[in-house]
Design a protein around this ligand. Structure first.
Ligand code: ADP
Ligand code: NI
Length: 215
């Protein structure tokens, strides 16, 4: 079995009963999208891209006491157990460090094409119909209200401030989801984002109209 297939099986088993928005279904979608983006990028290393996508949420800091190195460390342990080269492990670790959104005012530069593709694929899964469903699922998981007109959206200028947000779910659209299409790295991902973004805008407009009894 090749390393990509072995990694997919390992992650599928590890995330089988995870309900926090970082489930196998999310990782699988990111993997397939990243693979598709890589297939259309002649300079991309497809194996590195696929491994980065499969391992990008292996140990999210949000569920590991804010430890940002938990993810790269867990990926390294897995890849070492498969006798992967030090060069490959370093490249995958870098992708995991670079992928996350960290607030509207916080830049998230990437140091490789493969990290750009995984970051784009992960962001595409946070918008559109799936993105809407994931946002409400996350809000529910955290016990947040769907909407509270008395709580205005905030522009987070630091990762710390973004992490501390306990805002209602509708605010998350203004604090993250509506900005993602302009934070994509590749033209192919931007093309996919258009329709998803428009759908999300229509959804929120309709939600607010119904909330106010205007529709
Ligand atoms: P990603 O997997 O894209 O890096 P996160 O780990 O930040 O995203 O979050 C997982 C999912 O939960 C995403 O769809 C994201 O938009 C959603 N989410 C994260 N924070 C919030 C929040 N405060 N309110 C609602 N949804 C959220
Ligand atoms: Ni993700």
């Amino acid at each position: 079995m090749d390393l990509t297939t072995a990694t997919a099986r390992f992650i599928e088993q590890k995330f089988a009963d995870e309900g926090s928005g970082h489930d196998w279904a999310h990782i699988r979608r990111v993997w397939l999208m990243a693979r598709q983006l890589a297939a259309n990028s002649p300079d991309a290393n497809v194996e590195i891209t696929e491994l980065g996508a499969l391992l990008h949420d292996i140990a999210d800091w949000k569920f590991h006491g804010g430890d940002y190195e938990a993810g790269p460390r867990a990926a390294r342990a897995w890849l070492e157990s498969q006798h992967a080269s030090e060069e490959l492990i370093g490249r995958v670790e870098a992708i995991i460090r670079e992928v996350s959104f960290k607030g509207q005012g916080v830049e998230t530069p990437v140091t490789s094409l493969e990290a750009a593709l995984v970051q784009d694929a992960d962001r595409l899964d946070a918008i559109g119909a799936i993105g809407i469903a994931r946002a409400f699922a996350y809000g529910e998981h955290k016990g947040r209200p769907m909407h509270d007109p008395a709580v205005p959206p905030v522009r987070h200028e630091s990762f710390a401030s973004y992490q501390k947000s306990t805002a209602p779910t509708i605010n998350h659209f203004y604090e993250k989801l509506f900005h993602l299409k302009d934070r994509l790295q590749t033209p192919a991902a931007r093309a996919v984002a258009e329709e998803r973004h428009a759908f999300m805008e229509a959804f929120v407009a309709r939600f607010l109209a119904e909330w106010d009894g205007r529709a």
